[in-house]
Design a protein around this ligand. Structure first.
Ligand code: NOJ
Length: 792
């Protein structure tokens, strides 16, 4: 099957059309209002959760077990002759005459035609109510009337996901499903006393606009050894109107319909929650009873859909562009920022294979919020405030936290976590222009002490300053950004040059913030630390042809010509440029060495050559086989910084080429849908490298820092509109085979209309006035609407 037979993009509608349900992996879309969440695949598989997929998981999903990608949000249409089909193809799996799935930001649709009858199922989460809405539209353009039974079905979960695995065989006695006639809804109560937040445990409902029969039991619905594709209840044609007070919970609703020639009919369903089911059962029930009549009305659904679409339009319209290559444009305008919202909401925790148990990664969330900051600085600032409560008074930050699950934070000690905080603060400052937030007070992790945000940031620097090794380079500790680099510092003496480059980058940002906000004493201190660190780097970081990665416990260099494996790592080459360390020649040489040793058809490998692992090597770098994960995969997250570095060096062709190469659609065209496997509309963490037989296989989709940094890199370094503290930097990178491009961006309440042209001369004009292209445009020179022409 050809790639284009699988999918296409409709850019005007911001839509991905999937034309074949049997994708190699689930290609998913996230539906969410920030509290109620779900993801759904092209085949209707997926699950719903409220706030946390670990403690409020509402429906079940097989993340590792076969058959894959089920259950989900299922519709069965049973014809008079007993044939059963589903608009999302799954679960019935009947071959359909026409079929497509459409993922749009926040909304997924399935359109199918079978034997002359047309069905469309739309799913989205209501922005104002914690409910997943299902709208099923049926129409009969054929010349005969059609009788059919429509069923909607979800398999309910025991909410606490890991407990369900461990203790489900006892917990199944602690739940109940029943039916409320007045609101036509199955109600699900989970009453296990070990829930971390008893007062919030929700009452779950699955309600329909029209219902004839219902069922609250998976066993009754599927039947003994029944399958999702062919449940016993569907063969019978109606449901048994029975709930359970123990067992495997489910919610199914059924409606009998007759569609005359030319007639259409819609059924609406809502899967939602109301907290307080255990401690305030009456209030909880009344809230649902009061909500459902309005929510389930046509007007209620239309209003919630409009508000969902509006949220996304407002978010996405803040930046648009017109580029000669549509594959790049659609990623930058639509799917990258959509993906950034996903990571901002779910960090690294939930996708079709990730169950949601890993909490909020500190470094991860800081990076996600740096990307959110240019569209929603308010959201980024809120998150900064909560991240600060995970910072200790000595400046270090926890590695992960579980604000909803209420589990203890992971306090392991890393060289980088705290260093992302000043980067986030800087991103907020440049987008708002308001230093006021630095004065806000926030408590430290143990709650015994609080300090201003500025002091929190200074303590982050002090922590690194007081944890330097024998080369005056930051100790690696458990790791830097790279989770497994701590292998070289088991005895605690290893040093990380990546952390050092990041430290220098952060010191420069903090120096700018200190000067901008009038903190002269701190500026002097930071200047001293900056001098000390760049001097240390000058003395030990250069390996002759490229930048080293660090030093192991014995002081031996890592990422050096003298190393048998992992001779060269990607990150130090790019971060030396970002941190403005070394000479221009060294920076250029490092980037050239990266291209020479690490570049593949799918992007740059994180290191080369890959380390051997067990059993060939008894004390390996890690368990990752060569070419996989952090042992030599094409690590897309790390590629983002390479693109940024190439752009900063003014290498427009290379910067865009590295970006182009990783655009998922392009990788799919090069390697094929089945080799790559992953979604065409989302970034992923890494692609298996050439040292492995699965070269080209894409992994960890949607929930990756690649999303955040690709969004930043493309908009601020390739399109080149970048907020700085004192002005707006205009630095578009135009590849030699393009004549130019245009960008429209909102920043600090100004609209920027940029025309970037290739003319062979560096020139900059603002609203008809000649400006110095090497300087940023002072904020006060910007009007509400601005025409900017940048030539290069
Ligand atoms: C994924 C982790 O979530 C992230 O924190 C880390 O920086 C990267 N892997 C690289 O190791």
């Amino acid at each position: 099957m050809q790639t284009m037979d699988y999918f296409e993009f409709l850019d005007q509608e911001r839509a991905l059309i999937i034309k074949e349900p049997r994708c190699p992996q689930p290609w998913i879309n996230y539906l969410s209002n920030g509290r109620m969440h779900a993801f759904v695949s092209q085949a209707g598989g997926g699950f719903a959760w409220w706030k946390s997929a670990t403690v409020y998981r509402l429906t079940r999903y097989r993340q590792h077990l076969a058959p894959m990608d089920g259950p989900g949000f299922y519709i069965y249409l049973r014809e008079e002759d007993g044939t059963v089909w589903s608009p999302s193809w799954r679960p019935a799996e009947t071959e359909l005459d026409k079929w497509k799935a459409i993922h749009r930001p926040g909304i997924s649709s399935f359109e199918a035609t079978y034997n002359g009858l047309h069905a469309q199922l739309d799913l989205w989460v209501a922005p104002d109510h914690d409910a997943l809405l299902w709208e099923l539209k049926l129409s009969n353009p054929s010349n005969r009337s059609r009788k059919l039974d429509a069923f909607a079905y979800v398999e309910l979960s025991q909410m606490q996901w890991t407990d369900e695995f461990n203790w489900g065989y006892y917990i199944k006695y602690m739940l109940r499903t029943d039916y409320d006639e007045a609101t036509r809804s199955v109600r699900y109560l989970f009453h296990h006393q070990s829930h971390p937040n008893i007062s919030e445990v929700p009452l779950v409902y699955f309600a329909g606009s029209e219902v004839d029969t219902w069922c609250g039991s998976r066993e009754d619905f599927l039947g003994s050894y029944g399958s999702e594709s062919c449940p016993k209840a569907i063969s019978k044609g109606n449901l048994n109107n029975r709930g359970i007070s123990c067992g495997e919970p489910a919610a199914a609703l059924h409606r009998q319909l007759c569609l005359e020639t030319g007639q259409s009919h819609s059924l609406r369903f809502a899967l939602g929650v109301e907290p307080g089911a255990l401690l305030e059962p009456e209030r909880c029930k009344q809230a649902i009873d009061g909500l459902l009549p309005t929510l389930l009305s046509k007007e209620g659904f239309d209003e919630q859909r409009e508000r969902c679409e509006k949220w996304w339009t407002t978010h996405l319209e803040k930046l648009s562009c017109s580029l000669p290559e549509p594959e790049l444009q659609r990623m930058i305008e639509t799917w990258s920022p959509v993906n950034t919202v996903t990571t901002a909401r779910f960090s690294r925790s939930v996708n079709a294979t990730a169950p949601g148990i890993r909490g909020i990664g500190f470094r991860d969330t800081c990076q996600d919020m740096i990307a959110i900051a240019y569209r929603r600085p308010d959201w980024a600032l809120d998150k900064l405030r909560s991240l600060l409560t995970e910072q200790h008074a000595d400046g270090r930050a926890n590695h992960t936290s579980y604000p909803i699950e209420k589990s203890p934070s992971n306090e392991s000690l890393h060289s980088d976590n705290h260093l992302w905080l000043p980067m986030l603060a800087h991103a907020i400052a440049v987008e708002t222009g308001d230093p006021g937030f630095l004065e806000e007070t926030a408590s430290f992790y143990t709650n015994k002490e609080s300090a201003t945000i500025w002091e929190h940031l200074m303590r982050a620097l002090r922590f690194t300053e007081s944890h330097l090794g024998s080369h005056n380079i930051p100790l690696t500790l458990r790791s830097d950004w790279n989770d497994i680099i701590g292998k070289f510092s088991k005895a605690g003496r290893g040093e990380s040059l990546f952390a050092s480059f990041q430290y220098v980058y952060v010191l420069r940002q903090m120096l700018a913030l200190a000067q901008w906000s009038g903190r002269n004493d701190d500026a002097d201190t930071i200047r001293e630390w900056l001098h000390k660190q760049t001097t240390a780097l000058d003395a030990c970081a250069w390996d002759g042809g490229w930048w080293r990665r660090g030093f192991d416990d014995n002081g031996a260099p890592v990422g050096s010509r003298s190393s048998p494996f992992g001779k060269i790592f990607l990150n130090p080459q790019s971060w030396a440029v970002l941190a403005r360390v070394g000479s221009r020649e060294q920076q250029e040489a490092g980037m050239a060495a990266a291209a020479e040793h690490l570049l593949t058809d799918a992007g740059l490998k994180i290191l080369s050559p890959g380390f051997k692992t067990w059993p060939e090597e008894s004390n390996p770098f890690s368990g990752y086989g060569p070419g996989t994960g952090e042992n030599g995969a094409i690590f897309c997250h790390a590629n983002t910084w390479t693109i940024m570095a190439e752009a900063l060096l003014g290498h427009a062709d290379t910067a865009w080429e590295y970006f182009r190469r990783l655009v998922p659609e392009n990788v799919i065209h090069r390697f094929g849908v089945n080799t790559y496997g992953a979604d065409p509309h989302a970034w992923l963490s890494n692609i298996v490298g050439p040292e492995n037989t699965r070269f080209g296989w894409g992994n960890v989709v949607h929930i990756t820092g690649t999303a955040a940094w690709m969004d930043i890199v493309a908009t601020q370094y390739l399109l080149g509109i970048r907020s700085e503290l004192t002005g707006l930097r205009i630095d578009p990178q135009i590849p030699t085979h393009w004549t130019g491009f245009t960008v429209r961006r909102q920043v600090r309440g100004h609209w920027i209309h940029l025309k970037a042209k290739r003319s062979g001369h560096q020139r900059l004009q603002l609203n008809g006035h000649i400006m110095d292209p090497s300087q940023s445009i002072p904020w006060q020179r910007l009007a509400a609407e601005n025409e900017i022409v940048a030539e290069m």
